[in-house]
Design a protein around this ligand. Structure first.
Ligand code: FAD
Length: 435
C-alpha cells in the first residue's frame, strides 16, 4: 500500500548505494529511505581479493546492514530484487531461504516513489565454454569465501602430496590482468607464504605453487597508464608469478585452460576476472540498456523513467570525452552517491531536481600488489598532470580509500574505533584465515 511519505528505495548496498542510503537516512529517516540488498552483511567490494586469499576475514570485516540501518536511520529490507513493475512502482523481491532451505522471508512487493538501482556488476564470461562451470568469479563475499576454502584445501592437499611425491605442483590460473587479477595474484602469493609459515612446510611457495595470470591484451592493467602496467608486471615477476599477455582464453575445463590456438595451461584452481556485466534482470525493465546490461542514464543519472535512477557499475554514464563512458570503479560509485544526495532530497521535498549534471573527477588509480606494496597514478588538481606513486605510500593511499568508504557510512569516530580495534585484534589473529 502506498504511504504518505515519499519513499526513496535504493536497491544494492554496495560502494555507492550504501553511502547514499547512509547519508540520506541521517537527514530524512527510515520512513523515507529504504535500502534493499540480497546480502545481510556489507563488505567493500575492492577487498574481495583479500577475502579470497584469506588475508581478510569476512566474519570480522563484514558490517551488518541491520546495524547500519539502525545507526544511519534508513530501513533495511533483506532480499533479492527479481523485477520492478514500473507502472505500479513496485519492486518484487524473491523469497529468502536459510542454508537449510527454510523460508525466512516470503516473496514481497515494496512500493517506491523514487527508485535508485545500484546493483553493481558481476563477472562476464563472454560465453566462454566451461568458464561459469569451472572458474570462480569474485563477485560476492560468498564466492570469495568459496574460493578461499578451495584454495586452502588445495594447499593442504599439495602439502600432503609434496611429502609423498617430490614433483607435485599446484597450479592457480587467473584469467584477466585488470586490477582484480593483478591484486589477487599478489595477495595469493603472500597467502601461500603465510600458510607455509603456519605449518604447511613441505611446500616451497615459489616452486610448488605456480600462479599464472593470463591477459587478452598486450599488457596487464591495460586501462591504466603504461608505467603502471610495467611496474605491476615487474612486481608480479619478482613474486614468482607468471604473466602471459595477448592470450585469450577460449575454453575452460576442470583441470586446464585453453587459448584460441589450443595451447593448454594446467590449472587446479581457476579465477575468472576478465570483464563485467550488470545483472540480467535490468534488461527486463523496459528501460534502455547496453550490451553488458547496464542501464543507460543521462548526466543526472536518470534512466528514461524519471522516477528511476541508476548509479555505479550497473549504469552506463556518459564521460566528458565524446562517446566515452565512465569506468566501473568504486571512485565513480562514491562520487555518484554524493551527486544523488541533493537530487533525492529535492524529490522527497517535492522540489524540482534542477539542472546540475554529474561530472566525474578522476583522482587517479591505485592498485595493491600485496600487503606492503602498491602502485598508482594520481591525478593532480591541474588537468593533465599525473604522478606515479609506488611502494608503501601507494599501499597506504589504497588503504585510505577503504577507510574513506567506512567514514562515509559510519562517520569519523566509529571508523577510527573500528580501525584501531582491527589493528589490535590483528596481533591476536593469524595473518591468513586458516579455518
Ligand atoms: C576483487 C575486486 C577488486 C576491485 N578493486 C577495485 C579497486 O581497487 N578500485 C576501484 O575503484 N574499484 C575496484 N573494484 C570495482 C569496485 O568494487 C566496483 O566498481 C564498485 O564496488 C561498484 O560499486 P556499486 O555500488 O556499483 O556496486 P557494488 O559495490 O558491487 O554493490 C552492489 C550491491 O548490490 C547488491 N545486489 C546485486 N543484485 C541485487 C539484487 N537483485 N537485489 C538486491 N541486491 C542486489 C549486492 O549484494 C551488492 O551489495 C574491484 C572489484 C573487485 C571484484
Amino acid at each position: 500500500m502506498k504511504s504518505e511519505a515519499h519513499k526513496v528505495v535504493i536497491v544494492g548496498g554496495g560502494a555507492g548505494g550504501l553511502e547514499l542510503a547512509a547519508k540520506l537516512g541521517r537527514k530524512f529517516g527510515p520512513q523515507h529511505v529504504y535500502l534493499v540488498d540480497k546480502a545481510g552483511d556489507h563488505i567493500w567490494k575492492p577487498s574481495l581479493h583479500e577475502v579470497a586469499a584469506g588475508t581478510l576475514d569476512i566474519h570480522r570485516e563484514g558490517l551488518s546492514y541491520f546495524m547500519l540501518a539502525k545507526d544511519c536511520g534508513f530501513t533495511f529490507i533483506f532480499g533479492e530484487v527479481a523485477h520492478v513493475d514500473r507502472d505500479s512502482r513496485l519492486i518484487q523481491l524473491k523469497p529468502v531461504f536459510s542454508d537449510q532451505q527454510v523460508e525466512v522471508f516470503p516473496a514481497r512487493n515494496l512500493h517506491y516513489d523514487t527508485l535508485v538501482l545500484a546493483v553493481g556488476s558481476k563477472s562476464n564470461f563472454f560465453g566462454t565454454p566451461g568458464a561459469s562451470e569451472f572458474a570462480i568469479a569474485l563477485d560476492s563475499t560468498a564466492e570469495a569465501e568459496r574460493f578461499r576454502l578451495r584454495f586452502l584445501h588445495e594447499l593442504v592437499t599439495a602439502n600432503k602430496k609434496k611429502t609423498e611425491h617430490a614433483d607435485y605442483v599446484l597450479n592457480v590460473g587467473i584469467v584477466g590482468g585488470g586490477a582484480t587479477g593483478v591484486e589477487l595474484a599478489a595477495e595469493l602469493r603472500e597467502a601461500c607464504a603465510d600458510a607455509v609459515f603456519y605449518g604447511l612446510n613441505s611446500l616451497d611457495t615459489h616452486n610448488d605453487i605456480q600462479i599464472t595470470l593470463l591477459e587478452g591484451s598486450d599488457r596487464i592493467l591495460s586501462a591504466l597508464p603504461e608505467k603502471m602496467s610495467s611496474a605491476a608486471q615487474e612486481l608480479l615477476l619478482e613474486r614468482g608469478i607468471t604473466v602471459k599477455t595477448s592470450v585469450r582464453v577460449a575454453r575452460v575445463e576442470a583441470d586446464a585452460l585453453y587459448d584460441a590456438q589450443g595451447t593448454r595451461y594446467p590449472v587446479d584452481l581457476c579465477v575468472w576476472a576478465a570483464g563485467i556485466e550488470a545483472p540480467a534482470f535490468l534488461t527486463q525493465l523496459r528501460l534502455d540498456t547496453n550490451r553488458i546490461n547496464q542501464l543507460v542514464v543521462d548526466r543526472q543519472l536518470r534512466t528514461s523513467d524519471p522516477a528511476v535512477f541508476a548509479m555505479g557499475d550497473c549504469a552506463q554514464t556518459p564521460w566528458d570525452a565524446e562517446g566515452q563512458f565512465l569506468p566501473a570503479r568504486a571512485q565513480v560509485a562514491h562520487q555518484q552517491a554524493d551527486f544523488l544526495l541533493p537530487i533525492m532530497a529535492a524529490r522527497m521535498q517535492g522540489k524540482d531536481i534542477g539542472s546540475r549534471r554529474f561530472r566525474f573527477k578522476d583522482y587517479g588509480s591505485l592498485v595493491s600488489v600485496g600487503h606492503s606494496r602498491g602502485i598508482g597514478s594520481l591525478m593532480g588538481v591541474l588537468q593533465g598532470k599525473s604522478w606515479f606513486v609506488e611502494g608503501l605510500l601507494a599501499r597506504l593511499m589504497y588503504m585510505s580509500l577503504h577507510l574513506m568508504h567506512h567514514m562515509a557510512v559510519l562517520g569519523f569516530v566509529r571508523t577510527g574505533s573500528l580501525a584501531l580495534g582491527r589493528l589490535l585484534t590483528k596481533r591476536a589473529a593469524p595473518r591468513v584465515k586458516l579455518h
